[in-house]
Design a protein around this ligand. Sequence first.
Ligand code: PMP
Length: 363
Amino acid sequence: MNGKTILQTMKPYKPGKQIEDVKKEYGLNKIVKLASNENPFGYSPQVKEAITDISTHLELYPDGYATELREALVNQLNVKPDQLVFGSGSDEVIAILCQAFLESGTNTITATPTFPQYKHNALIQGADVKEVPVVNGYHDLDAMLNEIDENTKIVWLCTPNNPTGTLIEEASLIDFMERCPSDVLVVVDEAYYEYVRPEDAPDSIKAIETYPNLVVLRTFSKAYGLAALRVGYGVATETIANLLNIVRGPFNTTSIAQKAALIALEDQQFLQDTVKQTLANKKKFMEFLDRMGLTYYDSATNFVFVNLPVTGDELFEHLLTKGFIVRSGEALGHPKGARITIGHEEDMKLLQDLIEAYLTPAV
Ligand code: PMP
């Protein structure tokens, strides 16, 4: 009863420290979690009311087609209804893509470091994974193209890239699509799309018209602040979306999650306010890092990957005792670094003081 052979070499996803555990362990009242790129400003206040209302019908199956949410996105993104596939987070859309396109004898290409779920799901499908190191935190697009062979089915472009935060600009994306064989799927994971300044963001969804092998992933977990509810989606041609919808479970997003996502989507003011505040706080944090002489990758999003003179684990352990949870670079393939999500202004000030005191040698 060992399951597939590949599973013997793999481990289940280990979530980071939970707020309640840290509270208990260190006897602290307040914990600031800056480890998972969540939105510290929460979510639209209108969501709460809407989901309380819908939760009176828990006996009914959800609308498996997510009709209302679909309509709202069709209008916002200017796509056809059947170009969309919803998932329990974009995590699930990644899994669905792997189920639909990968099997033993095929391969897939990712950057490294990048979001680990591409590799994880590809391995489960028995596919080979070719990992191409980032350069200064950026995807090495030429090297990724060079890795494509006749068995390559999917190339993953994570932009902004988790954990480095770097963006693939429109010209680079288009150039990549021009040079990529049209029978290789290119999945552009834009989980952090809303944090990217509009003038910098490629119009990747529009590009699907020109490049039918392009798939775009987005989520309500990050800037929309609904990580707990698990709603993400993919945009593709109708042909590809149809394949993905065949693989998808029939009721894979709950009614509460669909409703919350719809309301969150309608409250663009809340989204814009939190994004603006996050980017302002990021600027100040980067200025602090500059003053400290600490280098970091060029982040287009709500987190910064900082290079450290100590290990990420050391900084992580120290900050934990002070009530801050950050993400050590250890598990992200970069031991002397940490990925820090941008939080509230007052929390960031405190964090900066703690980092400064920890890294400045006592005289
Ligand atoms: N893609 C990237 C790049 C991410 O960072 C994350 C979350 N950490 C996801 C996808 C998955 O997000 P979700 O499943 O919550 O939509």
